[in-house]
Design a protein around this ligand. Structure first.
Ligand code: G4P
Length: 533
């Protein structure tokens, strides 16, 4: 079969794309490593002190602060840069106080993820939660154990912890030679090569010096008295650890592990090389009707995030769309599939982060930002020609709950409408308990509540307050057996609610309560995610 030049171009562009996000616990070093990745991708020229940026952190998002400080064009959510013949799309996963459901959903738009672990702390709570989201799509994970310039835990213990806590095999690609004041570098197991650490080069785009062969006279001299101990340890590691296996990596069952220091910009290049070489290019994606291959010439994509603008002077919001097939061109006409409408996409944002002139084109794996005046929701699909609705962009069970208290009781209709619409947009989730007239708001990050309150006030003229409520999590209920379901809804009505989309939900007061209910009702499915449409 002969292919058109357009099909060839799309295939070539798609194969170059590497779209990933960073998963980590706050303070593990995500911001620092992002900065070094941008440095390597020449998206910035000098990596500055992370500290000065952090001071600004609460005023605005990390990247806006960075943008201001460096006077370069980095948007808050997507950073695109070329690296060794690849085009890298790094999607920001908001952390700290701006952590939200968007953080989770961003992971549905990537093809791989970089897990950053603080070597002194090991696997922490937020990483576990984000990893669970990655597992929904078996996303391949590359791991970086950070802060080797400090005291870290025993590396073997760290790998064991990754395997035990995250249920993924860990294959060390490099192995650290000492840590803290004795940090000498890393040894690349497959290359049989030492990469030497030099302190003080954190803000430079420099390549580490190397020594070939652990048995070489040069390596023995470099390691001195530590040589024998290190060689012994390595033997143990090579005997006990998994070898890298590309197939298992792509299936999300094995993670290659690197060691280094983001602050010292050491080991980060190895991680980026791994993402460029071993991580997958955009893969086919499932729609309600069929699987869509990235090299199809007709454009298609889905919205995974809507950025609420906290600045009241700009009411415009941006919907982030992940391209799954075809080519985006300025001015193209697309179907807004849910609304059954044709729309002209005249002014989408693209995210090339270097000085180079921006092309108004984008390809599979890329993200474009659509201006949203209220007609776009999370999970919406846009396509050219055939109408395709992508699946797999879920709601996630909230972990934080508030009871909504209306200040003016006469505004209850506006409140309901506002909450319903904001929930559809994905800003937070709303639940209507069956046993009373409460309205419960659910979120995964606290900032989501502030966003909802300020938007209710701005856009719906409704003022409300939030009260603490004693809930632990929510689960969407599913049961094929109508009789069993009826039995369950009768018995559990105290804790049942309808969500914004009228789906039956179980609001669990505690973890123990949920576990007991699941045990007691084996025919009922308690789902932690729900598809959008
Ligand atoms: P995050 O985005 O994951 O939250 O982490 P971030 O990069 O902001 O890093 C958190 C702190 O850890 C920062 O310290 C940063 O400089 C430090 N850090 C990151 N990578 C390394 C590393 O390889 N070695 C060492 N020693 N430190 C590293 P900070 O600005 O002082 O912030 P804080 O500690 O006052 O919160």
């Amino acid at each position: 079969m002969t292919q058109s030049p357009l099909a060839d171009e799309i295939r070539k562009e798609a194969e170059q794309r590497r779209t990933f996000a960073i998963i980590s616990h706050p303070d593990a070093g995500k911001t620092t490593i992002t900065e070094k990745l941008l440095l390597m991708g020449k998206a910035i020229d000098v990596a500055g002190s992370v500290k000065s940026r952090k001071a600004d952190r609460h005023a605005t998002s990390d990247w806006m602060a960075m943008e201001k400080q460096r006077g370069i064009s980095i948007t808050t959510s997507v950073m695109q840069f070329p690296y060794r013949g690849r085009m890298i799309n790094l999607l920001d996963t908001p952390g700290h106080e701006d952590f939200s459901e968007d953080t989770y959903r961003t992971l549905t738009a990537v093809d791989s993820a970089l897990m950053v672990i603080d070597g002194g702390k090991g696997v922490e709570a937020r990483t576990i939660a984000l990893m669970e989201v990655c597992r929904l799509r078996d996303t391949p994970i590359v791991s970086f154990i950070n802060k080797l310039d400090r005291d870290i835990r025993d590396p073997i213990e760290l790998l064991d912890e990754i395997e035990a806590v995250l249920s993924i095999k860990a294959a060390p690609i490099t192995w650290p030679i000492g840590c803290y004041k004795d940090f000498k570098g890393v040894y690349h197991l497959a290359q049989d090569r030492l990469y030497l650490y030099q302190a003080g080069l954190g803000s430079e785009r420099s390549q580490a010096q190397c020594i070939d062969g652990l048995n070489s006279a040069e390596a023995r001299e470099y390691l001195g008295d530590d040589w024998a101990t290190f060689a012994e340890q390595l033997e143990l590691v090579q005997g006990a650890c998994h070898l890298f296996d590309q197939e298992a990596f792509l299936a999300g069952r094995l993670t290659p592990v690197f060691f280094g220091t983001a602050l010292g910009n050491f080991g980060v290049d190895q991680v980026l090389d791994c993402l460029a070489d071993a991580a997958p290019a955009p893969l086919p994606r499932q729609t309600q009707t069929r699987e869509v291959a990235p090299d199809e010439t007709a454009f298609s994509g889905f919205v995974f995030k809507i950025q609420a603008n906290m600045d009241p002077r700009h009411r415009d919001r941006i919907a982030f769309l992940r391209i799954c097939s075809g080519r985006y061109q300025k001015g193209m006409k697309l179907h807004h599939v849910r609304l059954g409408k044709e729309v002209k996409i005249a002014d989408a944002l693209t995210f090339f982060s270097s000085e180079r002139e921006q092309l108004d084109e984008a390809f599979p794996g890329d993200i474009i930002g659509l201006h949203n005046h209220g007609s776009i929701q999370i999970g919406d699909s846009f396509s050219e020609g055939e109408r395709l609705s992508f699946t797999g962009i879920p709601h996630f069970a909230p972990e934080l709950f508030r009871r909504v208290r209306l200040k003016d009781p006469l505004k209850s209709k506006q409140l309901r409408q506002g909450l319903q619409e904001l929930a559809e947009e994905g800003q937070a989730q709303v639940f209507f308990p069956q046993r009373n007239n409460d309205i419960i708001l659910g979120a995964v990050g606290v900032l989501q509540f502030d966003v909802v309150a300020s938007r209710l006030k701005e856009e719906y003229r409704v003022e409300c307050a939030f009260e603490a409520v004693n809930l632990w999590s929510a689960r969407w209920i599913n049961c094929k057996d109508a009789k069993k379901l009826k039995e369950f809804t009768d018995k559990a009505s105290e804790n049942l609610a309808l969500d914004g989309g009228d789906h039956l939900t179980y609001l669990a007061p505690t973890r123990v309560n949920l576990a007991l209910m699941q045990e007691r009702w084996p025919d009922i499915e308690f789902r932690a995610t729900r598809e959008h449409h």
